[in-house]
Design a protein around this ligand. Structure first.
Ligand SMILES: NC(=O)c1ccc[n+]([C@@H]2O[C@H](COP(=O)([O-])OP(=O)(O)OC[C@H]3O[C@@H](n4cnc5c(N)ncnc54)[C@H](O)[C@@H]3O)[C@@H](O)[C@H]2O)c1
Length: 334
């Protein structure tokens, strides 16, 4: 197998690359290639995730917004392309930089499509997002679990959701034209180690964890954006790796498949889990001036269950506790 992963140094990419290097050893004739421009991902996280296997990875630092042979030649003779690279961030950044996010992701996805068109790998796994689902179906924490058919008529809330939907559509054309077998996984809200936890671009779970850790020696007040009743279907990156691996042999040309739990967990509930792990004296302070994004969504994942045999395994309190321990160490190292 020759497997190429774009965005290999990101949060999901680090878990996935580490797993694939172990599952498909180089000594058995396999080759794992990873591409990332390190705009958000970090080599040190990738190294930490891969351990001694890191040296078996062919890593290429390249910016996929600009098409060139330095990276596109790597698509030659690939059995499998897993496309994770895109601009990803928390809602604060996404809502104030929509034109940048939209344009950049369109460029990245289109360039990847062009390379696939050129080298025709056997299979293409496109990673989409639940942010591409219509805003009007996500107006309450009690919103009905989304099904794949809900995606149209399309009305994503942000330029990020639209850009990822365009990528989905473009990958569908590759399948329709018989250029490659295509799997489209639409992920709900993913969290785990190896993540960006900066206040500017971090996503909600790492941002809350780091704010909670930081307030321990100060006022023990944890700021929550909005009233905290907004929620998401949170899924651990290891569960995502499992879904991606299952789609190596299943799920091709079947349209979008949602990957996420069928329960919506509110930000207040997440905060209480964090507080339980850190210090019960931390108090919540709701800042109603901050953006909250969609109010609530979760997945009816029966399609993933039926086609891939996938279901989420990691309990949110276990995943958060693991992340907190990682953040405590990482924060000190940085
Ligand atoms: N994290 C989530 O909650 C979530 C939810 C749904 C879907 N997804 C999708 O999963 C994929 C991976 O997300 P993640 O959470 O690991 O994000 P991430 O930001 O940690 O990983 C993305 C990686 O892509 C790289 N990248 C960005 N622009 C690039 C460019 N121009 N050229 C090359 N590399 C570039 C970044 O450096 C980063 O390492 C993305 O496609 C994202 O849209 C993520």
């Amino acid at each position: 197998m020759k497997i190429l992963i774009t965005g290999c140094a990101g949060m999901i990419g680090s878990y996935l690359t580490a797993d694939l290097l172990k599952t498909y050893p180089k000594d058995d004739g396999n080759e794992i290639v990873g591409i990332d421009d390190l705009s958000r991902g970090k080599i040190k996280y990738l190294k930490e995730a891969c351990g001694p296997f890191f040296k078996k990875l062919k890593f290429i630092k390249a910016d996929l917004t600009s098409f060139n042979n330095l990276w596109s030649d790597e698509f030659k003779n690939c059995d499998l392309i897993i496309h994770l690279a895109d601009v990803v961030a928390g809602i604060g950044f996404v809502f104030s930089n929509e034109s940048f996010v939209f344009r950049t992701n369109l460029l990245i996805n289109s360039n990847v499509t062009k390379a696939i068109n050129q080298y025709k790998p056997k299979r293409y796994i496109y990673i989409g997002t639940a942010c591409s689902f219509p805003k009007n179906l996500q107006q309450s924490i009690e919103s009905k679990p989304l099904i794949e058919d809900d995606q149209y008529p399309a009305f994503p809330e942000s330029g990020y959701g639209w850009s990822k939907l365009m990528g989905e559509i473009e990958s569908g054309y590759l399948a329709k034209e018989g250029i490659t077998d295509c799997v489209v996984l639409s992920l709900h809200n993913v969290y785990g180690r190896y993540c960006d936890y900066s206040q500017e671009t971090g996503q909600v779970i790492p941002s809350l964890c780091i704010k909670a850790i930081s307030c321990l020696n100060e006022n023990k007040i944890l700021e929550i954006w909005g009233d905290g009743n907004q929620g998401r279907a949170f899924v651990h990156a290891k569960d995502i790796v499992n879904a991606i691996k299952l789609s190596f042999s299943k799920g091709e040309n079947k349209g979008v498949i949602q990957i996420g739990p069928n329960t919506c967990t509110s930000i207040n509930q997440i905060s209480r889990i964090i507080i339980k792990h850190l210090d019960k004296n931390i108090k919540l302070n709701h800042n109603l001036k901050k953006p909250v994004g969609d109010i609530g969504r979760c997945a009816n994942y029966s399609k993933a269950q039926r086609i891939l045999g996938w279901e989420p395994k990691i309990r949110i309190s276990d995943g958060i506790s693991d992340l907190i321990e990682w953040l405590k160490i990482n924060r000190v190292k940085n």
